[in-house]
Design a protein around this ligand. Structure first.
Ligand SMILES: Cc1cc2nc3c(=O)[nH]c(=O)nc-3n(C[C@H](O)[C@H](O)[C@H](O)COP(=O)(O)O)c2cc1C
Length: 161
């Protein structure tokens, strides 16, 4: 993926970003954990404070799609690269798999209701939410503190079991 396409900085907070490389990842040995409990692991990870984003795109039929994401991080400024992780079980998985672009909407502190709404599985999350389309058609949520418009540079798969 990418085929030598170079990331380009665009106006303001609009960046061409990425997810990380390697279509066929090497086999990774099972992770050694001091706890067998996914719940405990989630609780411990919850101690790491992050910002919250809603990542949006368009499904193949043109409908807006989005989900709450806190795995978002900046990989590099030059070239501008960003990373986020999408769970295989997400209802929006196929929309993101088929889409070459997406918008990272960085939520403001008062947008807890938006974070909750987009953390629900499937359904029309955009009903009653203020949003507009960017000039490339991506759903842009109103009231966010920053937006990053990204083109996929590369994707990688990591098994969860
Ligand atoms: C604060 C927060 C952060 C989240 N971060 C992620 C994430 O980084 N990646 C992910 O795939 N799901 C994440 N989720 C879970 C998804 O938002 C949730 O699974 C949602 O149902 C996915 O929407 P979909 O099933 O309609 O695609 C997060 C949820 C919350 C509340």
């Amino acid at each position: 993926m990418g085929g030598g396409r170079q990331p380009q900085a665009r106006v303001g907070a609009r960046l061409i970003g990425a997810m990380l490389p390697a279509p066929d990842p090497p086999t990774i040995p099972p992770v050694q954990s001091r706890s067998d409990s996914a719940l405990e692991l989630r609780k411990a990870l919850g101690q790491f404070a992050t910002g919250v984003t809603v990542v949006t795109t368009r499904a193949a039929d043109g409908s807006p799609v989005g989900l709450t994401v806190n795995s978002f991080t900046s990989v590099s400024l030059e070239p501008p690269l960003m990373l986020w992780c999408l769970g295989r079980d997400a209802a929006s998985f196929d929309a993101f798999r088929l889409s070459e672009r997406h918008l990272i909407n960085v939520l403001a502190a008062e947008q807890l209701d938006i974070a909750k709404r987009f953390a629900a599985r499937g359904g029309d999350k955009f009903a009653g939410v203020q949003w507009s389309a960017t000039d490339t058609g991506l759903p842009r949520l109103a009231g966010c503190t920053a937006w990053f418009e990204c083109a996929i540079r590369s994707r990688t798969r990591r098994a969860t079991t």
